[in-house]
Design a protein around this ligand. Structure first.
Ligand SMILES: *Cc1c(COP(=O)(O)O)cnc(C)c1O
Length: 355
């Protein structure tokens, strides 16, 4: 078998994740305004919540973002292509000496979450780092009782962080965490203090401190209803039709025949499935669009395909693009998935483009 020296160029992808760059910039600026005198960073973990670091980060940079947050060490190279290493903080911190050495070699800041991580960092040579204290989420972070430990006192801390557990709710836990963070802060030598995620920014200026860390709301998510009027949708999904067919009354559609045609209808098969993050929770719920025509899904979502009733748009042909509704608060209500899940599960078969 012979193979060409250079593989032929790939045909265009069948799925598009379009990022509205104006809306993304506007959301960052809105969150920056709501952050008052605090600087506003950006959470870029999980490939910018599934939108793609390469599509998102240049736009956020242009808007004015400097400080960026990732979770895993594996996420550093993608963001380091766009920002100064010193402005990158890695939330999981170093769990091994290899990771500490990597942070030093790259010049990025680990977020130290425990005495063990502090020791690991100091033994590796140390340098600028962040510190996360746990004010009640009990997930990741140093217990407040340990902030005066000698290993912590030896750190060179850029930013002291804590993370809110219930900022998307009206919960007394928010004020408890804020007050505890404010009480701990004077005990720690640090250049800056940071508490608020997207929802935390909406809790008011007392929560902003010196730096905020929004993620979801940058990308069009609305974690608190009072933000709905201020946050613009950012993501638009489009999927291509690969086949069309006419159904007769009694015809069954898809796995397990959950749909039975009751009348003659036209059906489109579309190259979008749960492997793309369009989960089975959408079965019987999604209504795709072509212009003003509404095309409800029929039958189950399969791995690589969905079928839609396109009787309302009989002129459609293979290769035509359909809009997939993805207004995050609405989609979350319809599917029972969180807005975070709706974004971060979007798969690798989308072309990701800011436009
Ligand atoms: C993910 C994350 C954020 C961003 O949270 P959103 O709710 O998406 O705004 C902020 N801080 C920490 C520590 C995080 O893990």
């Amino acid at each position: 078998m012979t193979r060409p020296e250079t593989p032929p160029p790939l045909p265009p992808l069948l799925l598009r994740l379009l990022i509205d760059r104006e809306a993304l910039m506007a959301n960052w600026r809105t969150l920056d305004r709501l952050s008052g005198s605090a600087a506003t960073g950006a959470a870029l973990k999980a490939d910018a919540y599934g939108l793609g670091v390469d599509a998102v980060l240049p736009v956020l940079r242009e808007a004015g973002a400097r400080d960026v947050f990732v979770a895993h060490w594996s996420e550093v190279p993608a963001v380091a292509r766009h920002v100064e290493p010193a402005s990158i903080a890695v939330l999981h911190g170093p769990v091994s000496a290899d990771e500490a050495a990597y942070a030093i070699a790259m010049g990025v800041r680990p977020v130290i979450n425990s005495i063990e991580q502090a020791r690991l960092w100091l033994e590796a040579g140390g340098g600028a780092c962040d510190l996360m204290v746990d004010t009640g989420i009990n997930r990741l972070g140093l217990p407040p009782a340990l902030v005066s430990d000698p290993a912590i006192a030896a750190l060179e801390i850029d930013t002291l962080h804590s993370h809110l557990a219930s900022a998307d709710e009206h919960s007394p836990q928010n004020e408890r965490q804020r007050a505890l963070f404010a009480a701990i802060a004077p005990e720690v030598q640090a250049r800056r203090r940071s508490l608020a995620n997207s929802a935390g920014i909406a809790l008011g200026p007392d929560y902003a401190f010196d730096l905020t860390r929004p993620g979801l709301a940058l990308y069009g998510g609305v974690p608190r209803t009072e933000m709905a009027a201020h946050i613009r949708p950012v993501v638009r999904l489009q999927a291509q039709i690969i086949q069309l067919r006419d159904l007769s009354p009694g015809d069954l559609v898809g796995y397990n025949a959950t749909f039975v045609a009751e009348r003659p209808m036209r059906a489109a098969t579309i190259a979008l499935g749960y492997a793309d993050g369009f989960l089975r929770a959408w079965s019987g719920k999604a209504v795709l669009r072509h212009g003003a025509a509404e095309l409800p899904l029929i039958g189950r979502v399969s791995m690589d395909m969905v079928v839609a009733d396109c009787t309302a748009a009989p002129q459609l042909a293979p290769g035509d693009w359909l809009d997939v509704p993805y207004h995050l608060p609405t989609a979350a209500r319809l599917t029972g998935l969180s807005q975070y899940e709706l974004l971060t599960t979007l798969g690798r078969r989308f072309e990701r483009r800011a436009c």
